[in-house]
Design a protein around this ligand. Sequence first.
Ligand code: S3P
Length: 427
Amino acid sequence: MDKTITPVRSLRGSISVPGDKSVSHRSLMFGALAEGETVIRNLMPGKDVGNTRSILQQLGVRITDDGDAVRVRGAGLFGFSPPEKSLDAGNSGTTMRLMSGILAAQPFVSILTGDESLSKRPMNRIIIPLGQMGAIIDAQPGGTCPLTIHGRTLSPIHYHSPVASAQIKSCVLLAGLHTEGITAVTEPALSRDHTERMLKAFGVPVKRENTTVSVQGPAKLTGTEIMVPGDISAAAFFLVAASLIPSSELRIRQVGLNPTRSGILTVLRRMGCEITEENPQSVGDEPMADLVVRSGRLSGTVIEGDLIPQLVDEIPVLAVAALFAEGETIVKDAKELRVKETDRIRALETNIGLMGGRIETFEDGFRIMGPQKLTGAGLDSYWDHRIAMAFAVAGLMARGQTVIRRAECAEISHPGFYEDLEALSHV
Ligand code: S3P
C-alpha cells in the first residue's frame, strides 16, 4: 500500500497507543509456560504478537478472547505438544529468539521460519549460548533462519553476551528456567528488563546484580493477571510529531515508563521538549502514566553508550527530530541498528537523502545538522514498521506530499497508525 502524507498545521487531542509489544509477547509466552490461567488485558493487536500467539496455539496452548481480555491456559514448562508443521515467526525477532529458548528445552523437534527480513537477521547470537547449554540447532549458512531446533535436556550456564540485547538475555533465561541449576546472563549494558519483572509476577525469583541477571531452574510459573501498558515505542512517533509541529498538544494515555525503555523521554527533554507525566500507576511492576507533550524548540544532542539500549527502537524517529532541531545531533554505539527489521542507518540515509536532507552515517550511528528543510518524496518503508512511521512524521513537516511505499507494515506494531495520526491532525 502507498500512503500519502501531507503537512498538517498542528496535532491536538488525546490518544491511546497499542499495548507494549515486548510485554505482550512475554505475557503470552510466560502464560503458556505457567501452571493455571493467565488473564492479559490490553494485549497488543499487531502482527508480531499475533505470530507468537499462533505459534503457541500450534504447540497446543489454549488461548481465547474473552471480552477485553485474552486468556491463556498454561501448559507448564514441559506441557507443549510437538508442532505438526513449521512455526512462522513472520517479521518478529522477539518471537523467534525467545521461542528458540523455550523450544530448545522441549523433548521434540521444531522448525522456526520467518519472512524475508527476519530470514536475514543474525541468529548465531542465540544459537551460540543455547549450544553451550547443550541445544542442537541447525541454521542456514551465515546463521540465519529457518532454524531446526532439536529439543533436549539443557544444562545451566553463565553467559557473557557481547551485545546488550533483551532478546538474547530473555532467550537464555527462558531456556534456563527448564534446567537444573542457576542460569545467568551478563550483558555489556542493561537492556530492557520486562522478562525479569514479569517472571517475578509469575512467582519466579530473579536475581540482578549490575548487568548480571540469574534464574534458578527448574522454575514454577504460576498464572497471573497482566495489564499491558501502552507501548512507549509507539508513543515515540506522536511525541516527536507533537513536539515538532507548532501549536500542538497531545495527551498519550497510560504509556509504559519502565526506566529501561524510557530513554526517548530523557533525550527529548534534553533536546528541549516539554513532556509531563500525569495519572501515574504501577501494575505488575511496570510503571505507566499519561504523557502530555507540547510543541517547542528543540536543539541537537549526543545519544550514545548505555542510553542506546533504552531507546534503540526510537532512533529512526529521533533522527527525524534531529533534522528539525537546532544544531548537531550525534548517535553512536548503535551498531545494532544495522541488524533490525532492516539496516536502519542505511534506510535513514536513503530516505533523508530523497527528501533533500543531509545525514552523515557511520557504521554505528550518524550525525545530523539541523534545522533542515525537507521536501516530500517517494520513499520505501523497507518493510520496517519503524521506518514507515518515522517518515510519516517527517512527511508531516515536509514541503509537499510524501508517499511511503509498503506503508502497511506499520500494522506490525500499530494497527490503525495512519488513522490515529489523521484523527489528531488539524490541516
Ligand atoms: C525487544 C528487544 C529489542 C528491540 C525489539 C524488542 C524485546 O531488541 O529492538 O524491538 O522484546 O526483547 P534487542 O534486544 O535485540 O536489542
